[in-house]
Design a binder for this molecule. Sequence first.
Ligand code: ATP
Ligand code: MG
Ligand code: MG
Length: 413
Amino acid sequence: MTKNPVIGLLGGGQLGRMLCQAAAPLGITIAVLDAEDCPAKQINHNDLHVTGSFKDPEKIKKLASRCDVLTVEIEHVECDVLEEIATKGVEVPSPDGNGTIMKRVPVHPSYKTIRLIQDKFQQKEYFANNWLPVAPQMAIESGHGRIASIQEAAKRFGFPFMLKGAKGSYDGRGNFKVRGTDDFESAVAQMGDQPLYAEKFVPFQMELAVMVMRTEDDDGNLKNVYPYPVVETIHEDSICTKVFFPPRNVAESITQKAQKVACDVVSRLWGRGVFAVEMFLVGDEILINEIAPRPHNSGHLTIELVPQRSQFRAQLDSILDRVPSPEFSFVPQFPSAIMLNILGGAEPHSHDKLVNLATSFYHRHANAALNLYGKESKPGRKIGHITAWGQSSVEQLSDRIGHLIKCMDDIRA
Ligand code: ATP
Ligand code: MG
Ligand code: MG
């Protein structure tokens, strides 16, 4: 690897933008494949960017030809070409100027991980086969057998149960909660003919998430996994809206268990990087909901909570194999932190009031940060976030920013 490696990034949304913010002071160049005015390119100018889609094999090859290593900010990318680039290589001009040679470009996390995670049903089958705790699930047939298959799921799981699109879903957009037989027709109509699976409904009391950094040697052997502190995530209409550190009223034995489950599952994946492990807490049991093989909304508060070791810095350190010491751990610098997503409201400027409140909170107390992504506002779209932190308990911090929480709830209403 060269001294100043060039990282190729598939996708240039807010996660890519924050990765570029972490990379710039370290002198690491990030070449982004996405639309010309995407959030990551707005703040990161260089002549290596590629304009196009992270699903377009030719554009991915073009990006790879300019980079030392590839990574992703989204899992819904074209994966076969990533395998080709990592194993056979990509054509580049030969150094002597005569013809071309093949250059292999490592992909982190591995294309194997990305491929597995792209299919939520296969992902959880793999976890279950490895004795990792997941909710019971079954594949739903396509075509004529679909209704019978959904009836079978109802028999097996009872009502309500979840119908989920296996591929391409995010922010709950591929999910349907089936409450009774009356829902069958509308579920089938709404989900279309995409591959589906059914999942037992989990009556969780809380959702937890753990970011994990995974390190690996050049031969693909696991070196270590490092968990971040556990957070509580709040989803409203299936979209993450708020994140609390630490989780409210959760015993330390539970958070330790959540970190252990998260490390176990990430150990069984492939490649370097950071991974989000979304979990359900049911009684004192932990079930894995799903994994994101990249930085994640639940990890945004690591920017302030674990300075110099945010999830974005960790992604850089791990993919470049620059983790300083095998012994270190991610230590929170404050006893509490809360992240609030800024979601677009009904009007293009609905969120202005929340931004103003966050700014004046910062002027009064300093311990709050505003992070806008440079995205046009659309209803329900993640366009920024606010993090507040303090020396008090998370409940007291929540009270202190109660006016911000109320304002964001009003925008959604
Ligand atoms: P994203 O990738 O943006 O996190 P997604 O579209 O992959 O979302 P899921 O994580 O499968 O969606 O589900 C979104 C939310 O729906 C969960 O965070 C949880 O609140 C709820 N949910 C999903 N599956 C279940 C289940 N089996 N039982 C109860 N609630 C569920
Ligand atoms: Mg998902
Ligand atoms: Mg999810």
